[in-house]
Design a protein around this ligand. Structure first.
Ligand SMILES: N[C@@H](CCC[C@H](N)C(=O)O)C(=O)O
Length: 283
């Protein structure tokens, strides 16, 4: 079949976005992998699928597939791309949209300056719900957070665990550019203590309102930016007493602004979304 798509990115985290309202989309993991493949397909970190809603009181449903073909719960940069897509395609004229994801309902809003703010919901901080298997580990209390010792190829990484609908392990490093993202990222992603695998964040604190962040993403490898990773890192930094809201998060692909007023409150993420080109592929 011929599939119409739009290639987009949010701070360099790139997406193939597909309208599944006007097209039938029911692909195997192999087909998702082909779409995400940078040599044999289109190439993207994630594929985003826009569908009609299932629940009452929401505008759309959107689904997320990693480049490895697996469907996942949440994608922060993708949520912004989703808003630009449905707006540009004339699928809605609302500026505030309610959208179902596998992780629940999120509420993105198109700002006057073209950036998009997403209410990403409240972070989940209980290790077992991330999920993280903490059995037998002694945590190190740090301000309101608990750091967990994770054995990574014989070294100990002290991590915070946070779910933004999807799982994150965040560690603070002295220099994010020198951090062992390529070496340690895959080992953390598939560490036995994370039964659903995990996104591994490496955060350098620049000041109380500013960090640099690199993320080795579950199912995609290191990306130029990770929206939920930025939310999780800021939540961890605030809980550790290192940061105050709002926080500017510098990634290799651009900047995001993250605000969080504390436990039980939503994390608000603001950033760009860009359309790059449209196309059609045989799939
Ligand atoms: N790039 C995303 C996260 C996409 C999903 C992630 N790789 C996972 O498997 O949880 C973002 O911007 O949040």
């Amino acid at each position: 079949m011929k599939l119409k798509f739009t290639k987009m990115h949010g701070a360099g985290n790139d997406f193939v976005v597909i309208d599944a309202i006007s097209q039938t989309v029911d692909f195997t993991p192999e087909q998702w992998r082909k779409l995400g493949d940078r040599r044999f397909g289109i190439g993207a970190d994630q594929m985003l699928v826009v569908e009609r809603p299932r629940a009452a009181g929401v505008d759309f449903r959107y689904r997320i597939y990693n480049a490895d073909g697996g469907e996942v719960e949440q994608c922060g940069n993708g949520a912004r791309a989703f808003v630009k897509f449905v707006t540009d395609k004339g699928l809605t004229d609302k500026r505030a949209i309610r959208v179902e994801t596998m992780a629940g309902i999120i509420e993105p809003r198109l700002e006057d300056d073209g950036r998009i703010t997403v209410d990403m919901g409240a972070p989940v901080l209980e290790p077992e719900k991330v999920p993280f298997d903490a059995a037998g580990l002694a945590s190190r209390p740090e301000s309101a957070d608990a750091l967990w010792p994770l054995d990574v190829d014989g070294k100990t990484a002290w991590i915070s665990v946070v779910s933004m609908g999807n799982p994150h392990a965040v560690q603070v490093v002295d220099d994010s550019e020198a951090a062992p993202v390529a070496a340690d990222g895959p080992a953390i992603e598939r560490h036995a203590r994370f039964p659903k695998r995990v996104n591994a964040g490496f955060m350098q604190v620049i000041g109380r309102h500013e960090v640099r962040l690199r993320v080795y993403e579950r199912g995609a490898g290191e990306t130029l930016a990770c929206g939920t990773g930025a939310c999780a890192a800021v939540v961890a930094g605030i809980r550790r007493g290192l940061l105050d809201s709002p926080v500017a998060v510098h990634t290799r692909g651009g900047d995001l602004s993250i605000a969080w007023e504390g436990p039980g409150r939503s994390v608000m993420m603001t950033g760009p979304a860009v359309s790059v080109f449209e196309g059609e592929i045989d799939i």
